[in-house]
Design a protein around this ligand. Sequence first.
Ligand code: GLN
Length: 496
Amino acid sequence: MSELDLRDASALSQAVRSGTHSAESVARAALAAIEANAGLNAFLSVEPEPVLARARALDAELASGAKTLGSLFGVPVALKANLCLEGQELNCGSRLLSGYRPPYTATVVERLLEAGAIPIAATNMDEFAMGSSGENSAFGATLNPWAHEYTPGGSSSGSAVAVAAGITPLALGSDTGGSVRQPAALCGVSGFKPTYGRVSRYGLVAFGSSLDQVSPFANSVRDLELVSSVVSGRDRMDATSLDLPPIQSAERDDLSGLRVGLPDEAFDDGLADGVRERVEASLELLRSLGAVTVPVSLPHSAYAVATYYVVATAEASSNLARFDGVRFGRREEGDGSLAGMMAATRRAGFGDEVKRRILLGTHVLSSGYYEAWYGRAQRVRTLILEDYRRAFEACDVIVCPTSPTTAFRLGERTADPVAMYLSDVLTVPANLAGLPALSTPCGTASSNGGPELPVGLQWIGPAKGDEALLAVARCFQDRTDFHEAIPPQSRESSPS
Ligand code: GLN
């Protein structure tokens, strides 16, 4: 590899280890790509000095003849602005945390560092990860590199765009209700939410703790496997972390005999025509590769969005109580009393969507309403989980679209929170059930004469079946070329 290609993590790491490129030249190329794509608003804060210092330290390690170089040696990884890297600004897309610098590093970021990666903070996001379009960021929306008047999806908007625009080969985001899979689908990249508990949440700013999972973006499933093998595995700093070894790539040579479950509920009238066509074409391809498709039923998925917005907001109202002007970020004095200071800080610091969720979450947990809302939502959550357990008796993997539509126009859904919430109808069930799920590109479609935009294919597996799920998706990807499509509006600006 002579040209610097910032789209392939495995090849890039190989090139740095073999001395074809220095880590510093790779870091400089990524920083230049951030500059060249500044108009996409994918990054909130980038501090070049620590990035270059890190790269030089890696070059020194290589020059000293170090024997064991990590599997991500010299690879730049963009971090969503809710993942802690000691001393680097982390604002969660919120004015409330503007200028906040965490005193410690998230476990996933520690593991990236141990593997030789070059973390680059911090990518743009919906405020506190609440949103499906990036438009809830206090620092302006991120643009979709396929067509700038369209949203890249959210809430991990900047991380998805960093990978789609060829700025970094890998990025981390967080997926609470689809915030990695949905923007991956809308930007034409691959994104993977592991089984709940396989990746540590220590150092991820909490939104809905029983749903949140740190999740990577890459241009291929192969690279998702590579980064997952680094960041996953037990962590004693996270009490919900599963006692399982890191995710490793599993062998799988073909798809013959694979039972692919198709949930009726995910193929109903709500699907845009172009999305349906692309997904059905991929199902045809799966069959031609030897898979058999079987109908499965997830009858409670009709309640998934409602259940999610009770559980997630309840947890958010509790998690966000810590932002009170005392411990983190910004402070407004208000009337000078303690309560007045807290109220003024939260009034000025939080945006409308965050306030809406805190109100909703506080309501569903309040005395007299708790059983009717929160208690009931928890019971429906169990029913959703049981639907999947039954479905996986009949199939090995469930396949459906990731998002019912392709990317929508900026501003199109901002006035209607419910329309925005319905963007997640196909992704939230996997979070409620804690299951591993990924989105991979499956072609492009145009709606109403608009531009060709990516469509995502979603793969959902049984709990703890991360390795087998990734192997199936990789096998499909190795036999197709959907993941090689590059967004037209980032072609000229990517450095070589
Ligand atoms: N879009 C969903 C929400 O707004 C999911 C967010 C996420 O996964 N962080 O809550």
